[in-house]
Ligand binder design. Sequence first.
Ligand code: C2E
Ligand code: CA
Ligand code: CA
Length: 557
Amino acid sequence: MRFVDIEEQLNNETSMKVIDSILNVGFLATLVIDKDTNEILYQNRKSIEYFGDHVGDLCHEVLCSEEEPCSNCILPNMTGSNAIFDVYMKRLDKHVRWMYSDINWFDGRNAVYAKLVELGDEDITSDAKWKYLKDMDKERQDTDSLTHLPNSKKFYKIAEELLRSDLSGSYAVVMFDIERFKSINDIYGMSTGDDVLIHIARVLKDCLGTEGNYARMHSDLFAYIIKYETKGDIIKQIEKFRKKVSQNAFIFDINISFGIYLIQDRQVPVNLMCDRAMMAVKTIKGDVLKFCAFFDEQYRADMLKANEIEREMQESLRRGDFKMYLQPKYRLSDTRLVGAEALCRWVHPRKGIIPPMDFIPLFERNGFIMKLDEYMWEQACKTLRGWIDAGKNPIPISVNISRYHIKHNDLVAAFSRLIKKYDISSSMLTLELTESLFLDNPEALNRVMKGLQNMGFKLEVDDFGAGFSSLNMIRNISVDTIKIDKDFLDNEIATEKGKIVVHHTIDMAKDLNLQVIAEGVETKEHVDFLKSSRCDVAQGYYFAKPMPLEEFDKLIS
Ligand code: C2E
Ligand code: CA
Ligand code: CA
């Protein structure tokens, strides 16, 4: 450092100390700002407390979070040496009064000495400037900073006003989002993601006009409200929009899913209308052939029902409302009872008996199937133990294994714990795995199956014939039993050719040393046909429906 520099720095430090001892008094925040460059030259303690230490930074960045000097800044146009300026400062969430005085900074720069006073309600002035600033601030609060479209809060207001002011026509709320937007961000970077959003905003303005009633709600979710005469109008509009969106320079496709809510009841709050349009969007997720869907009441009713079930399921399981029903399996040659399948019934205190098809698919989606199945398996083991303790001849029980377990559960550990706990033989449990599971992930499934078979459990392919892979599949997997699907049986034995297919399927399974069970056996015709086809075991209403344990108990001796 040159001697002159050191001297200059010492001078500056001394000057700053002197200035600090003069200005750093009192309870008011004070700053000195370079009038020409907007640089903050000095802050007293109180001001640092308010804004942090920003000496050397630019005042519009620090005080107003603006990249450019504020358009409404009064410093350049200060007339006279003093000015007062009342403003709501978002950053402090306070109404404040700035009091400015022109000063000459010690190094000769033109500067402004600014004092900040917090305003009480009674002090807030209502002059035009104040209002202008408030409006500016409001606009900022109403606008999405990336796309400059209105945000969700503003959209609700726009839509409400529109629906209130024009009672004549029909309106629809349309919500849309970009398919796999997250992947675009992940693969091409956030700034590309931003460019996509800006592109969409531009197209929206293009299609609906600069005064259009649209918004960016959040992330990649947009909304607009339009007047329509026919549903076709809305779809045409969407098609036009999609076409324009696809005209871009991105190296990837932008696919958008639209959900439409046709407003019938204008009393419904706009945010709920948006939720409904959004529900419609969800119905098309993953369906590549569909890009738009209308909200429908049935879907809403289903969702509500599903929500209710989800609220109740834990408590119901705890209370023991899920009951194990058993359906007998009979050997066809002599109609001897040789097994039972455990099927779940939800015995609801208010709604009565709910069949599995009303809750199992939902539980498979939300993961609750894991708990329910484990509960059912435990009930089966408990039942077997009960029969043994009662000196009865126990018959094997088969339990259903949902696809969820293959990925998320250590089945070998779960079942070995159960047979230990109830001290039963693994050969008494048959595990039913649905045929479609074998298509999902054959390697993972084979590993699990091997583990279970090594422990002595019997494995059964449920719903055999329902898929397409059946014949090829049984060659590659090691199971003990195939259970012929009810629909497969029904459909095939309706025709002579079909009968031959079922007949040979059974033949082939027998040749591979597999046991064959038929499910959904409902008629004498079924029974005769199955007998003549060498099928071993039958399960179906012809013999018995699934029944509560107390009833089933009467069947075994
Ligand atoms: P599934 O495993 O294929 O069970 C056979 C279904 O066919 C049962 O329906 C049974 O009641 C029905 N059924 C039996 N015989 C006949 C018949 O002669 N005619 C007709 N039309 N139907 C017959 P359910 O009990 O309603 O169960 C439906 C499905 O729900 C089951 O199909 C199974 O996939 C699932 N499920 C039931 N309980 C459980 C469970 O505890 N865990 C899991 N993961 N799934 C279960
Ligand atoms: Ca089954
Ligand atoms: Ca089945």
